[in-house]
Design a protein around this ligand. Sequence first.
Ligand SMILES: C[S@@+](CC[C@H](N)C(=O)[O-])C[C@H]1O[C@@H](n2cnc3c(N)ncnc32)[C@H](O)[C@@H]1O
Length: 559
Amino acid sequence: MNTNVLYWGDNLPILRNKDYFPDEFVDLVYLDPPFNSNANYNVLFKEASGAPSTAQAEAFKDTWHWADAQDTWAELHNTAPKRVVDALEAFQKIIVLQEGRFAHNDMMAYLVMMTARLLELHRVLKPTGSLYLHCDPTASHYLKIILDTIFGATSFRNEIVWKRTTAHGDARQGSQHFGRIHDTLLFYVKDAKFIWNQQYTPYEQDYIDRYYKYVDETGRRYWRDNLTAAKAGGDTRYEWKGKLPPPGRYWAYSKANMEKLEAEGRIVYSSTGTPMYKRYLDEMPGRPIQDIWDDIRGLGGLGSDSNQRMGYATQKPLALLERIIQASSKEGDVVLDPFCGCGTAVLAAHKLGRRWIGIDVTILAVTVMKQRLEEAFPDLKGKYRVVGEPTTLTEAQSMASPGSTLETRYQFQYWALGLVGARPAADNRKKGADAGGDGYFSLVHSSDGKKETYIQVIVQVKSGHVGANLIRDLAGTVGNDKLGLFITLEEPTEPMKAAALAAGLYHNPLMNTHHPRIQILTVAELLDGKSPNLPPHRPGWERGGYIGQQVPQGEMRMG
Ligand SMILES: C[S@@+](CC[C@H](N)C(=O)[O-])C[C@H]1O[C@@H](n2cnc3c(N)ncnc32)[C@H](O)[C@@H]1O
């Protein structure tokens, strides 16, 4: 079956592929698409030592332009249900009309792109399935109307407000609006019979103090609950211990049931002798969760759970996904996240015994996700599939070929770095590939039991012709205090091997082992499972280091 699989690529063609996604195949969809916030998100990392790193790489572009959406717009006119097209046409009138003329703008492009994907997601959902669209007030009002046209207005269940932060940069001094601190989750179901497991949170202390204020002889807290009812449920107006229910009311239970409760010690009496029900706190599930979620911290703010952070700027907290998955699926169900980023939904689904499918258009996301999954569940290695990644030398060559787009060639570089667990260097797009390496990672050099020191491994990726001068350049960058890995698509020449040998050996005091200071690895060898000759080290994508910062796009140039 096509589950426990990660797809690398644009989710629209992948979702439309019926071999991957037959009709009514998925139980729960969570999607957290870019919000049309016109930002480019960057992945930022920390060094193994915990110090902030300058490393960053553009993860995805949150920009949607009409030029990209026009084909889809035409296609929707031919294929989408009429009411969906009508809604988009109406949006076009209200959003796009500028100075009396129609001008296609980016919001319209975004809505067209989202509509095409939401139609497909509706198709792949089982009749008992649910969909949660995570967005923000930039576009949530439009998206809700689109969802109404696709799912039907009666399929709407909730608009959930998730308070993702307590303070936000856009409410700084001088801003002329209230702080924007929440995201919106639109929850829809496909049909009237859907999977639903009520979720609860523990009662707040002031609620417990107010209602569960009695403690019995065994130390159990209880609430003296009313034992009368407004409506008669059978024979419920009788005398109990000399008392009748107040005028117009009835006992909540029949006489036989009252006797049973009395025998079980579940009835207490007020000072005036009124019977009351002993409702124990420890028997209550808690407070049913409402539609305002302020109890799950985002990963950006103070006091947030830094342990979860993968350096992926838009990463969502695991607890948020766990709540959604627990409420709207059961064990063994299929959870799909078509914009899965660093895979929070996939990780939460696996943790909760669900099957999962993740899709992302950037190889960087897929690389981070693989690392994250295998770190959390070491047994998963080899037990899930990645579709779309190059698996053969020919596929890797075609990705890196001069005929590929610049973006694809960067994806090749990120993919190759991922093969050795390296992260992209800060400015490999800006300055070109040769400025101090394309990527790097650190490993532990020594430790006195309290403090560790680290050594950096500089990684260079080359897809074109290579010569010994490049190896000597790498040796120059590495010097005596770093290591160098040279990844090449082409076979290294004898002079290159000689130049690598000339760089000598590195001694690791921690393990008391020696390793070549410069190593050449071919993509073919790495695809065959060969690893660099290094002392054991932690995965390259260190935890920590999340900074949800947006940086201006650098000049795009390949080295
Ligand atoms: C907001 S992030 C998701 C973050 C994720 N929820 C997490 O916790 O890590 C959106 C993701 O959608 C991906 N994306 C954007 N357009 C896409 C497309 N057309 N197909 C698949 N993925 C896409 C981006 O690469 C990015 O990783």
